[in-house]
Design a protein around this ligand. Structure first.
Ligand SMILES: [Zn+2]
Length: 230
């Protein structure tokens, strides 16, 4: 999980806020315009990656995710247009028929909360929380697990977050394992060639342009970074 550092909300949201009702799905041009601005703003700030799985939003589709749900179980309508509560999430394959073990991210989290019948916001690690990137370890075999020792509060929170978001699902494990194995081979090949190794690091960890000219990162950035900088 990449930490999404604080950044200013889009001006469209700031201007509309005093008169916005707390209804995200309201059919009005004003709400539609604000939602569009938020979606684009988050995409740029997150370098085109899902805030949870770090998959490519361009490939997987995206929605604006309320980290603390705006409605339903554990819902907090007051945070509907609270920018610090919003991230861009991929669709996590939840809209396709497939084994449930392959689903992840924002919509999957809604399903898990519904199944649990309860949501504990204090136990959920948001990508906007400082230090969130230290809470998860991406293993060579593609699994992701809490960094903290079992039995600690940090471990409990990380495990809860992984369960709700499905970040350790088989589909994501397989993708991360393939990437990790490729980088391990490359690092080994260039271990005595620091110039080529640095070029690789720049290539895989640096930003590039998407088809609209927006800076994006390659998917699974943290998996890659933890291989180059274990
Ligand atoms: Zn995702």
């Amino acid at each position: 999980m990449r930490h999404l550092a604080p950044h200013p909300e889009p001006v469209e949201l700031t201007h509309a806020k005093p008169t916005l009702l707390l209804d995200w799905n309201r059919r009005s041009n004003k709400v539609r315009k604000v939602r569009r601005a938020i979606k684009d703003h988050l995409y740029r700030h997150q370098y085109g990656l899902c805030g949870y799985c770090e998959g490519s939003l361009g490939e997987l589709g995206r929605h604006t995710e309320h980290v603390e749900p705006k409605a339903g179980i554990g819902g907090n309508p007051a945070r509907t247009f609270d920018y610090s509560n919003l991230i861009a999430s991929c669709q996590g394959d939840t809209d396709k028929p497939k084994p449930a073990q392959d689903a992840s991210c924002g919509h999957y989290k809604d399903q898990q909360i519904h199944a649990d019948g309860v949501y504990t916001p204090a136990d959920f690690i948001s990508p906007r929380e400082p230090g969130c990137d230290q809470q998860f370890r991406y293993l060579l075999d593609g699994r992701v697990e809490p960094t903290a020792l079992a039995g600690t509060a940090d471990h409990r929170r990380a495990a809860y977050t992984l369960r709700l978001t499905g970040l350790d699902c088989l589909r994501l494990r397989n993708r991360r394992r393939q990437i990790a194995e490729r980088h391990i081979r490359q690092i080994d090949r260039y271990k005595n060639d620091p110039v080529s190794l640095q070029r690789l690091i720049n290539h895989y960890l640096g930003p590039r342009k998407d088809s609209n000219g927006t800076d994006v990162l390659l998917p699974f950035h943290t998996t890659r970074r933890q291989r180059f900088f274990p």
